[in-house]
Design a binder for this molecule. Structure first.
Ligand code: ZN
Length: 377
């Protein structure tokens, strides 16, 4: 099966390359905003939008008026226009809100360029990009497949990244004849029907504490600047702290992503059928007391990774009904013991006297219910 995969690497542009990246981002934004303005006017007057091709020929004219547009990667400017046309199409289909003007102050600044005639390529430990030439790349894994495009990003902490989108042929994985149920837990991140538990990433908890502390410091710095009548943009201490917080966020995100990638790949490799609960209900349940934004994001990211990997490698994901009382049933004899409050971590079945760990029992019920619904469908 042909699938699209994205690779993200950090890049280390030289000073000149950094300047050119900044210029390209600026020009892409300029093109986007300029045509968005036109597009909005036309929409207000006629109820219709413009077309990509009419804007594209206008862009050629625009370059004669603003010659500095010629200094940067022309495909990036075309992509910016394409991006605008696509978001307008989605807007007309009521799939998203109307596109908004891009700001210099957006957290992440980026531009996208398309592959044509090998203008984007990996050359040893460098990446070749249009206009920039070879940029040093922290290549943590091999890029496999046909490169479709590349997005160059500058994040708030001042680091540069490239995301390379490729098209590649993936082969289904060997069948294992094994199925597993997963209970996305509260005390543990995930509990498996084979009895093992994945703890709620201790590293995230640690990082979170640190993050909160640094964030408080950031608020203090903002207040100090305000009291002194300094604009935040010029407040050095504030800006320094802001970069520190951004770096921490990034580290948490990366660690989480690595963790979830490894975990989901392992599960997909080892099992043919993966049974899970509907996430929405759980998310809502948790939101009151236990909501930790980080683990919530992790859950949905984890499930989506499992879903696309299952599709790639020929495995099956079964989501069970949100009303299924996974923690109330005895997985041994099927007796339904009734609701149990969250602090009850283990219990004994009144009928068969089997002693249960709450979450392992739940995941075993999820597995049984998943297998049952799968064979019914
Ligand atoms: Zn029982």
């Amino acid at each position: 099966m042909l699938v699209k995969k994205a690779y993200k690497f950090r890049i280390y542009p030289s000073k000149e390359q950094e300047t050119l990246i900044a210029k390209t981002i600026g020009c892409s934004r300029f093109v986007f905003n300029r045509f968005l303005g036109q597009w909005n006017d036309t929409y207000q007057e006629t109820g219709k939008g413009l077309t990509y091709s009419s804007c594209s020929s206008q862009l050629t004219q625009l370059k004669k008026e603003f010659v500095w547009l010629k200094e940067v990667d022309s495909i990036a400017l075309q992509s910016s226009l394409k991006n605008l046309a696509d978001s307008y199409t989605r807007f007309f289909k009521k799939q998203n809100k109307a596109p908004r003007f891009k700001s210099k102050k957006n957290q992440v600044q980026s531009y996208t360029t398309k592959e044509t005639n090998h203008n984007i390529a990996i050359v040893n430990s460098k990446i070749k990009l249009p206009k920039l030439g070879l940029v040093r790349l922290a290549k943590s894994r091999e890029v496999e497949g046909r490169i479709l495009n590349a997005t160059v990003r500058r994040n708030p902490s001042g680091k540069f990244f490239v995301s390379i989108l490729v098209e590649t042929d993936v082969q289904p994985l060997k069948k294992t004849d094994s199925s597993i149920g997963i209970d996305l837990g509260i005390t543990d991140f995930a509990v498996f029907s084979d009895g093992h538990k994945m703890d709620n990433h201790t590293f995230t908890a640690k990082m979170e504490k640190k993050l909160r502390r640094e964030q408080r410091k950031l608020s203090r710095r903002a207040l100090q600047a305000k009291n002194k009548g300094i604009h935040l943009f010029d407040a050095q201490n504030y800006q320094k702290q802001k970069r520190k917080v951004a770096r921490l966020h990034e580290r948490v995100r990366n660690q989480r992503d690595d963790f979830l990638n490894k975990l989901s790949t392992d599960i997909i490799k080892n099992h043919d059928m993966i049974c899970l609960e509907d996430l929405n209900t759980k998310g809502m349940l948790r939101n009151h007391k236990l909501a930790k934004s980080i683990s919530d994001v992790s859950w949905s990211a984890f499930v989506s990774k499992l879903e696309y990997k299952a599709k790639w490698y020929g495995k099956t994901i079964v989501k069970i009904s949100r009303w299924f009382p996974s923690s109330q049933i005895c997985s041994e004899c099927g007796h339904q013991e009734g609701k149990k409050s969250l602090e009850i971590r283990d219990w004994t079945c009144s009928i068969c006297h089997k002693h249960h760990d709450r979450d392992i029992n739940a995941s075993q019920n999820i597995l049984a219910e998943g297998v049952r619904t799968f064979h019914m469908a």
